[in-house]
Design a protein around this ligand. Structure first.
Ligand code: NAD
Length: 317
C-alpha cells in the first residue's frame, strides 16, 4: 500500500472514536493524526487540538505532518444545530471550505466528507429513497449537508479533488455516545436497558428511520475510500443503508434479553425532524459501484450492543 498520512478532524466524536483504531491498523499508528476541539482524556492516538474553522491552523498541521488524506468528521448535528442555526451553519460550512481548500492547495490524494439522510426532506420519496431525489431538508444541518455535497462536486469537477462521501443513516455504536442527532435515542436506549433502567424515548413508538451499526458504517467508509477512483461516479454523496426500525421494534429486540425493560414515549421537537426524513434508503448505486453490502440487521446489532455494554458497565444479563 502507498504510504499515506491520515488527518482525522472531529476525531473525538461518535464516528471518529470508532474509526481511529481501524485507520491506525490500516496505515500504522504513527501515520494517523487525530484532531478535535476538545480532549476526552481517552485519546489513544497522536492527538492535537485543532479548531477546523481556523484555516491557517489546519494548513499548518497538514503541512507539518505531510498529510495526504483527510477524514472530515467535525460537524454540528441535526438536533443540536436547531438550537443555534447560524452557529451550526457557520461551523459546518467554514470547516468544510477550509478542508476542501487545504486539500486543493496541498494536493491531498483523497478527502472523506460525510453527508447524512438529513439531506433529504419533505418531497423525497419516504420509502426506498433513491440516490437522486429532490433535496429539500427541514433542518439547518440538512441544508449544510446539501451545500457540502454540492461544494464537493464543485471541487471535484473544477480542481480534480478526489472527495468522497456517504449519506450516513443514524449510526449506532457502543464505543462512545452520539453528539446531538435525531437518532441518538437508538444508542441511549441500550445504555439504559443494560443498566436496568426504564427509558423515555423522544420519538414516538412507530417512527421508522434508517439506521446502521457502527461496524457497517466504518466498513462502508473504508471500502469507499479504497475503491478505484474510476468506480466512483457519485461525487455528491452515496446513499447508504443498514436497516430500518422503529423505537417499538428496537425495544422488542432488547426485551429478548431484558423481558421487563420498560419504554415510554414523549416525543419532543426531534419528532418533526424525524418525520421529515426517509424511512428507508435505496443504496443500490453504492452496491453496484463499489460493492457495498451491510452485514448487521437489528437482532445481530442488539446482540453485539448488549454484549459490549454489559462489559462496559460490568453487569450480567
Ligand atoms: P459528533 O458530534 O459525535 O462528533 C463531531 C466532533 O467534531 C466532536 O468531537 C466535536 O468536538 C468536533 N468538532 C466540533 N467542532 C469542531 C471544530 N471546529 N474543529 C474540530 N473539531 C470540531 O459527530 P459524529 O456522529 O462523529 O459525526 C461525524 C460526521 O458524520 C458528521 O459530519 C456528521 O454530520 C456525520 N453523520 C453522523 C451520523 C451519526 O449518526 N453519528 C449520521 C449522519 C451523518
Amino acid at each position: 500500500m502507498k504510504h499515506e498520512t491520515i488527518l482525522v478532524i472531529g476525531a473525538n466524536g461518535q464516528i471518529g472514536t470508532a474509526l481511529l483504531p481501524r485507520l491506525q491498523s490500516m496505515y500504522g499508528f504513527g501515520n494517523v493524526i487525530a484532531t478535535d476541539v476538545r480532549r476526552t482524556g481517552n485519546e489513544e492516538a497522536i492527538f492535537e487540538i485543532v479548531d477546523a474553522t481556523n484555516a491557517s491552523a489546519l494548513a499548518e498541521i497538514v503541512q507539518r505532518h505531510r498529510v495526504t488524506q483527510i477524514y472530515h468528521l467535525a460537524a454540528i448535528l441535526s438536533a443540536k444545530g436547531e438550537a443555534d442555526p447560524l452557529w451550526a451553519w457557520n461551523l459546518n460550512m467554514q470547516t468544510l471550505l477550509n478542508v476542501l481548500e487545504v486539500a486543493r492547495t496541498c494536493n491531498l490524494s483523497k478527502v472523506f466528507v460525510p453527508s447524512s439522510i438529513a439531506a433529504f426532506g419533505e418531497h423525497a420519496p419516504k420509502y426506498e429513497t433513491p440516490q437522486s431525489s429532490v433535496l429539500d431538508p427541514a433542518t439547518v444541518y440538512g441544508i449544510s449537508k446539501v451545500a457540502a455535497e454540492n461544494w464537493s462536486v464543485y471541487y471535484h469537477k473544477r480542481y480534480g479533488l478526489d472527495v468522497r462521501s456517504l449519506r450516513y443513516p443514524g449510526v449506532i455504536s457502543y464505543q462512545s455516545m452520539p453528539g446531538g442527532g435525531t437518532t441518538d435515542y437508538a444508542v441511549a436506549i441500550y445504555h439504559e436497558a443494560v443498566q436496568g433502567h426504564d427509558f423515555d424515548c423522544f420519538l414516538s413508538a412507530d417512527t421508522l428511520l434508517p439506521m446502521i451499526y457502527m461496524d457497517d458504517a466504518l466498513r462502508a467508509t473504508l471500502e469507499l475510500m479504497e475503491a478505484p477512483a474510476e468506480n466512483i461516479t457519485v461525487r455528491t454523496s452515496y446513499n447508504l443503508a443498514g436497516m430500518s426500525f422503529t423505537p417499538a421494534e428496537l425495544a422488542t429486540s432488547i426485551r429478548r434479553y431484558y423481558p421487563d425493560f420498560n419504554v415510554t414515549y414523549t416525543p419532543d421537537f426531534r419528532q418533526a425532524i424525524a418525520d421529515s426524513w426517509p424511512k428507508s434508503i435505496d443504496d443500490s448505486v453504492a452496491r453496484k459501484e463499489w460493492g457495498w453490502k451491510p452485514a448487521f440487521d437489528l437482532p445481530k446489532m442488539t446482540a453485539e450492543m448488549i454484549s459490549h455494554l454489559t462489559e462496559l458497565y460490568h453487569v450480567t444479563i
